[in-house]
Design a protein around this ligand. Structure first.
Ligand SMILES: *Cc1c(COP(=O)(O)O)cnc(C)c1O
Length: 223
């Protein structure tokens, strides 16, 4: 069972920040997702291509699916037509592929560039010191079907709140700096900063997140 009291509490917490709450439903079954949906929530996050594809087929068509996993270019064909926002893109090849797959979709594809802010080696993303060059390159490419909407990052898995805060702050600063250098028409659409999960969303909101991705606080611990 989903914890709707927690969901309500989260919504109240998020509202003053004007941030979006994505309910991360990975590994959850349809009834739990429907509970949250029937409670009025439309944004759901999944991180496996197969799982998202199957759920999108079965569940209501007005759900806004967020792909929050790492997207490999060869998997984007299935994901692009189904998603509202793709969070984890970190390579030009994947961007090229998404652009291609989005060509027959009137609204194109909205996506975020994933930035590596954590100390762990295992997490994906463009290294912090390479992001400016990467974005420069991305925006100079002819990608008529892509809307680069902002940045996404995951902090180190640690109890050390100060460390988490520092990492989120680095991402926020990068986001702001980059926005300052953009022309106004582009800046307007580059307005999403996806950071914060169940364990660190308060720090993320405090550091300027506009989109938090919450799983276990809503759906309980995953097996
Ligand atoms: C699983 C996952 C989340 C949600 O994690 P919780 O700790 O359960 O809130 C958020 N973001 C990404 C990228 C994830 O894979």
């Amino acid at each position: 069972m989903a914890d709707l009291r927690n969901l309500d509490a989260l919504m109240r917490e998020v509202r003053p920040y004007g941030a979006t709450l994505v309910a991360v439903s990975k590994t959850m079954d349809d009834p739990e997702i429907l509970e949250v949906y029937q409670h009025g929530h439309l944004d759901f996050g999944e991180n496996y291509v197969g799982e998202l594809t199957e759920k999108a087929e079965r569940l209501p068509g007005d759900i806004r699916w967020h792909f929050i996993g790492h997207l490999q270019s060869n998997k984007s064909r299935r994901i692009v037509p189904l998603t509202h926002l793709i969070h984890g893109v970190d390579s030009l090849n994947t961007l090229k592929e998404i652009n291609k797959q989005a060509s027959d979709r009137p609204k194109g594809a909205d996506l975020l560039i994933q930035v590596h802010i954590a100390r762990e080696q295992s997490k994906y993303g463009v290294p912090l010191d390479k992001v400016s060059d990467f974005l420069e390159e991305v925006f100079s490419m002819p990608f008529p079907n892509l809307h680069i909407r902002g940045l996404m990052g995951m902090a180190t898995f640690t109890e050390d709140q100060q460390c988490i805060r520092t990492e989120f702050r680095q991402l926020r600063n990068l986001f702001d700096e980059y926005r300052c250098s953009m022309d106004p028409s582009r800046k307007e659409k580059f307005n999403i900063l996806s950071m914060g999960m169940s364990s660190d969303y308060r720090i993320a909101l405090d550091e300027g997140s506009t989109m938090i991705r919450i799983g276990s606080l809503i759906f309980g611990q995953r097996q």
